[in-house]
Design a protein. Structure first.
Length: 278
């Protein structure tokens, strides 16, 4: 059974951690870091439109949009929207030193793009997904050649605040990662939406159909999360020969069915990611 770590690996973080962008994903990371023991006095947040939650962190010692001279940070986390990057990244120049780790969670922005703005800095490109908002996301990270083993461990600790972390050495895989896990929550929400519509078509009241679909998708996801069995085995365990589930799966797994559609969808999403990255 999978369990979530109760360790607080950021309690011993040395130096300063700078967060550029404190929107939904950045704020989720902030909360996760503090929950994992990071001293708020070691945090600097650069955010032109901070939420009340972020503003409240000033009372705990977080430096919000500080004025005056800045010193090099141990780590910089870039959580702005990709389209805002060219205008936002110059603000990081005073914080970027030879020993600084830059960790970007911007979709589509490559290591090459980041290196063009943060020269000679160790950089990790990462792709989280929206369940990070409840610390149940999964993030895939890819380092550049300057990242040391110690910096990789630090990046893992920072990303683990919002869920599970995986690493790849080939940056070209990041577009497929984005298509599978980055965009993946939308596919699951569409499944719940489609189940609701199909339930209504089968005669269920709308509210009941929506609740059945929501709880079934959420419960099945949690079972998959906790179980040691793979998805195919769990599916087979639900399916009695000649039963109702088998009848439905004959449609979903037949020609032009769910697998074929999803394979095409993820291929198109991967292709689009490559186009956006240039």
């Amino acid at each position: 059974m999978a369990t979530r770590s109760t360790q607080r690996p950021l309690r011993t973080f040395a130096g300063r951690l700078v967060l550029l962008g404190a929107g939904k994903m950045g704020a989720a990371m902030l909360e996760g870091w503090l929950a994992r023991g990071l001293d708020p006095r070691k945090l600097t947040v650069l955010e032109p439109q901070p939420t009340r939650m972020v503003q409240a962190l000033k009372r705990r010692g977080v430096a919000l949009n500080p004025k005056g001279k800045a010193a090099a940070a141990s780590a910089i986390v870039i959580a702005v929207k990709p389209q805002s990057a060219p205008e936002a990244l110059p603000a990081l120049a005073p914080y970027a030193g030879k020993a600084t780790l830059a960790l970007s969670i911007m979709a589509g922005r490559t290591l090459g793009f980041l290196q063009g703005h943060l020269r000679d800095v160790a950089i990790v490109r990462a792709m989280p997904n929206t369940p990070a908002a409840i610390a149940r996301g999964i993030t895939v990270a890819c380092p550049n050649a300057q990242v040391t083993a110690r910096q990789r461990k630090l990046a893992t600790d920072l990303l683990a605040a919002i869920g599970t972390v995986e690493w790849v050495g080939d940056e070209s895989l990041m577009d497929a990662v984005t298509a599978v896990s980055g965009s993946g929550p939308a596919y699951v929400f569409l499944l719940a939406e489609a189940m609701t519509t199909a339930g209504i078509a089968a005669g269920l009241p709308g509210a009941l159909a929506a609740r059945l679909a929501r709880e079934t998708v959420a419960g099945a996801g949690e079972l998959l999360h906790r179980s040691t069995l793979d998805a195919a085995t769990l599916r087979q365990n639900v399916t009695s020969p000649g039963g109702t589930t088998a009848a439905a799966l004959e449609v979903l797994m037949g020609p032009g069915g769910f697998q074929e559609l999803l394979t095409r969808a993820i291929a198109d999403a991967t292709r689009r990611g490559r186009q956006l990255a240039g």
